[in-house]
Design a protein around this ligand. Structure first.
Ligand SMILES: NC(=O)c1ccc[n+]([C@@H]2O[C@H](COP(=O)([O-])OP(=O)(O)OC[C@H]3O[C@@H](n4cnc5c(N)ncnc54)[C@H](OP(=O)(O)O)[C@@H]3O)[C@@H](O)[C@H]2O)c1
Length: 275
């Protein structure tokens, strides 16, 4: 049985735990930590996992340690767990889910030779439909990478990417569920403005979003063709699409992706030294 520590049981930590358990991982094999004991208790009551507030204790003997705290918390967390991981009988793999923090910085903060993997996940992991972009560090072997891919594969898709692509990946999949939620929210408001009740507008938009997502994921047809297929000449859809294009939707997404990737790079840059 692979023993797993999830350090930071927030949104991504919980999504991972929930997905792993839904896919058959034994709850007893998972340790979760939070600084607030109440949050750990909540996770224990929901999933039957072990909750701790001591990160060192949580990583003792763990095969895989997922770091699910905010990026700014990663350096201190690595310093805290480095010696315990080095002292483990098993070769513990550290898997960071944090945006921005480079592999080299994490490898430097741990005892030399500790295997580290960087992953950019996203929250659809909560429903088993996550996207996990994986970049392995220098000290990870094939077997360890397979174990990490198997665990992540139980909560969604897994793609291997170069570390240098991870800021762009954050803009494409890490943060993009929020873009789609914003589009859904705006469309629901537009439906209310057309006279529908919010409840009905929400049902219509939610169903369309899920249906369009399934067509994109399952038909094997590219989005340009799917959109053209539902745009009859001089029809209703093309009238709406023209408004979206004239409002600058394409440019807005170019700028949004760029802002996201830039912010991801900033999060990983060394802090400006104090004067
Ligand atoms: N949310 C997303 O959509 C998303 C997408 C891709 C990647 N990520 C990455 O996933 C990571 C987690 O993001 P999130 O959205 O899940 O954040 P979050 O909801 O704020 O969760 C972070 C959790 O870590 C706990 N924590 C903080 N410091 C800790 C420590 N020293 N030891 C143990 N637990 C600690 C916090 O609880 P306490 O305060 O009780 O300790 C909190 O529950 C981030 O690095 C982010 O870059 C997030």
């Amino acid at each position: 049985m692979t023993t797993i520590a999830v350090l930071g049981g927030g949104k991504i930590g919980e999504a991972l735990i929930s997905g792993l358990i839904a896919a058959g991982t034994a709850p007893q094999s998972i340790n979760v930590t939070n600084r607030r004991a109440e949050r750990g208790q909540e996770l224990r009551e929901t999933y039957g996992i072990h909750d701790l507030t001591d990160n060192r204790q949580a990583v003792e003997g763990a095969d895989v340690v997922f770091l699910c705290v905010k990026p700014k918390g990663i350096p201190a967390l690595l310093t805290e767990i480095a010696d315990t991981i080095d002292g483990n009988d098993v070769s513990t793999v550290v898997v960071s889910m944090a945006a921005g923090i480079p592999l080299a910085a994490m490898e430097d903060a741990l005892v030399a030779g500790t295997p580290v993997v960087r992953v950019m996940p996203n929250t659809p992991m909560l429903v088993g439909k996550g996207m996990n972009a994986v970049a392995p560090g220098r000290f990870v072997n094939e077997e360890q990478l397979d174990v990490v891919a198997r665990l992540l594969g139980s909560v969604g898709d897994v793609v291997n990417v170069a570390e240098s692509d991870l800021d762009a990946v954050t803009a494409m999949s890490g943060s993009s569920p929020a873009y789609f939620f914003l589009v859904a929210e705006a469309l629901i408001d537009a439906g209310v403005s057309l006279g529908l009740t919010r409840d009905v507008a929400q049902k219509l938009v939610t169903s369309s979003a899920a249906g369009a997502g399934a067509m994109l994921a399952e038909s094997g047809i590219d989005p340009t063709t799917l959109r053209a297929n539902v745009s009859s000449p001089a029809g209703t859809t093309v009238a709406a699409l023209r408004e979206l294009e004239e409002s600058g939707i394409r440019g807005a997404f170019f700028r949004a992706a760029e802002a996201c990737a830039t912010r991801s790079a900033e999060l990983g840059a060394p802090a400006t030294p104090e004067k």
